[in-house]
Design a protein around this ligand. Structure first.
Ligand code: MG
Length: 225
């Protein structure tokens, strides 16, 4: 395997999961007895534990209050998500299925880099029947820092999937690009989230695409290196 492509999940492969969003609100109330919505911060590209910490700090809690119950909070988020995901209506973004098919048919190893806790990431992708394309990943439950997630996934690919070559991350936020650059892999930005192609270009990704619909060009970019 000489190509590894690591996809972000939210706003790269799929649209909004209301269930994941509601899981935070539910867990904050249950574990910390506070009413707060994660939209009080700009959480795009952040890991789930990092989102929780920053939201709780923003409403005035300190680390001594947050950290002792953080694992319980994460477990509560997963629990709520798994109980309610059946009623969620997660959209797959345009071109995604075709791109995953094209890449995997050409022997490219596919993985995930997502701030989602691992059971949540797999739960979302299973609910739209694309989980089977991905062999490995780095998840918000592995590390709070996204750059570390990329390193974990590349290591895993090298050790367990005979990967030796060029790795790419594909994501919709500056945090995806930054993590890729810091982990020394190639970066592909896609403007399917809240950032435009012009905004993403400022962070110097190797490639920028409007969306994932032009699979052939993306495939070419990946093979050109
Ligand atoms: Mg994203």
């Amino acid at each position: 395997m000489n190509r590894l492509v690591l996809f972000d999940v939210d706003r790269t492969l799929i649209g909004k999961s209301q269930c994941h969003h509601d899981a935070f609100t539910y867990a904050f109330k249950k574990v910390y007895n506070v009413n707060v919505d994660i939209r009080i911060i700009n959480y795009g590209g952040m890991t789930d534990p990092d989102i929780a910490i920053r939201v709780l700090k923003k409403i005035g809690m300190d680390e001594d209050q947050i950290f002792p119950s953080l694992n319980h909070c994460m477990e509560t988020i997963v629990d709520y998500f798994q109980k309610n995901v059946k009623r969620d209506n997660i959209p797959i973004l345009p071109g995604v299925k075709e791109l995953l098919e094209l890449l995997s048919q050409n022997g490219i190893l596919l993985g995930l880099i997502t701030g989602n806790l691992e059971p949540i990431a797999w739960g979302k992708l299973k609910s739209i029947q694309i989980a089977h394309y991905f062999k490995l990943g780095g998840f918000g439950s592995d590390n709070i820092n996204r750059t570390e997630l990329v390193k974990i996934a590349v290591k895993n690919a090298t050790k367990n999937f005979n990967f030796n070559g060029t790795a790419f991350v594909i994501g919709d936020t500056p945090r995806d690009i930054k993590a890729g650059l810091e982990a020394d892999v190639k970066t592909i930005a896609v403007a399917t989230g809240t950032y435009s192609t012009a905004e993403l270009k400022k962070f110097n990704p190797d490639f920028v695409f409007k969306d994932l619909k032009d699979g052939k060009s993306i495939f070419k970019a990946i093979n050109g290196f």
